[in-house]
Design a protein around this ligand. Structure first.
Ligand code: ZN
Length: 155
């Protein structure tokens, strides 16, 4: 418990942390997401509540001394393919950097190439993102979806 508190305080000192008083559940580096065992470069996944976004790619030193994929508990209420997309998007940040569109593109191409995201998955994505107004880092839903579709169709 003392360690946890220390980690939290370190998090606050480093940056405007994405969480306040948080509860953590460590899922390790091969979590089950959307019913599948997944892995992202050995980076551990932690369920964090509360979290101000559905998921977050936390570089070492922001939340923990190590890099981590943070998930809000309600991720697990999404359809499996969206759970996988969200996880892959965060993994994408560790591969392509902070750009949201690049992380989206990386994730959907991975899903296409691995076979868990197909053309038939798009309606679920449209349902989840279609009405999103966007924010300082994310394009509004329709633009984000158009970019995702372009990536899906690109080589
Ligand atoms: Zn992102």
């Amino acid at each position: 418990m003392k360690t946890l508190l220390a980690l939290l305080l370190i998090g606050f000192m480093y940056t405007a942390s994405p969480v306040a008083k948080a509860a953590f559940t460590m899922l390790g580096s091969t979590p089950t997401i959307g019913g599948a065992s997944v892995v992202c470069m050995g980076i551990p996944t932690v369920v964090v509540s509360p979290l101000n976004d559905i998921a977050y790619a936390a570089p070492a030193g922001t939340m923990f001394p190590f890099p981590a994929i943070l998930l809000r508990p309600d991720v697990f209420q999404y359809p499996p393919v969206l759970q996988l997309f969200i996880y892959a998007h965060e993994c994408g940040h560790f591969n392509v950097g902070p750009d949201e569109t690049a992380a989206d593109c990386w994730a959907i191409k991975l899903g296409r190439n691995q076979g868990w995201f197909t053309a038939a998955s798009f309606p679920l994505l449209i349902q989840a993102l279609g009405n999103s107004p966007g924010n300082s880092t994310h394009l509004p839903g329709p633009y984000r979806l158009a970019a995702l579709q372009q990536c899906f169709l690109a080589p």
